[in-house]
Design a protein around this ligand. Sequence first.
Ligand code: 1HE
Length: 258
Amino acid sequence: MTHSTDLELDIRDDIAIIRLARATKRNALSDALILALRDTFQNLPSTVRAAVIDGAGPHFCAGLDLSELKERDAGQGLRHSRLWHAALELVQHGPVPVIAALHGAVVGGGLELASACHIRVADTTTFYALPEGSRGIFVGGGGSVRIPKLIGAARMTDMMMTGRVYNAEDGERAGFAQYLVAEGSAFEKALELAKRVATNAPLTNYALMHALPRIAEQPADHGFFTEALISGIVQSAPEAKERVREFLEGRAGKVSKE
Ligand code: 1HE
């Protein structure tokens, strides 16, 4: 079921391309759009191995649709935030790795959405901000959990307290994006990466999405043990054995600098 025509899903072979398609409102995330994101990730066909998210028009996403904020009371605000958490949880811990193609504004809830993705590719027009600070509100889409993991709590505090905006170059250095590319080429690069990610053994991608972030949160002793468990599971798959055999028999690519 889809709740919004403002979200487009295009399946190309084993890649899902998910596009925020509300350019006239700078892809502001209405409740309908958040529900559509949740349902889209929940219902991706099992043939999909990786996804790309991008935004139509000059900006990736202007964040929460402020026209819907209106007169929510505390209980409605709580439930609204939990709805975002449920949707973005499905982006982060859903069926497949997700690569965000960023350009223009990546602000407020748009940055929260980007931070739930596994890889971020930004073009040189990208800028990052958390205008919640100056709008008298707070992040509610998981930003206070995920954004400090990318850039640290001190930078996030500064952004929200002072309204600081990071441009694409400073944003990459700070840790928002793993790739910085020429204007207009973020989608192309994200698609190229998604195709590469889709060739990994599914269990390796599963471990990267589900085990790595949890291990990183565990005390070292627990982390080492969880790592041993997941490592044993991943390497026991027939596909892992086949891939190692291919290398040993000279049939697989070497690691190279290019
Ligand atoms: C919107 C929104 C929106 C644009 N909700 N309608 N986010 C913000 O505080 C960011 C607010 N937006 C902006 O600062 C700017 O719009 C942009 C920098 C993103 C883009 O600027 P620009 O000049 O390209 O576009 P614009 O003329 O400002 O906006 C075009 C239209 O989109 C205009 O509507 P129109 O009917 O006058 O054409 C804008 O009102 C509309 N629009 N952004 C609603 N966000 C889970 S909690 C998350 C909390 C948050 O995300 S708070 C941060 C919200």
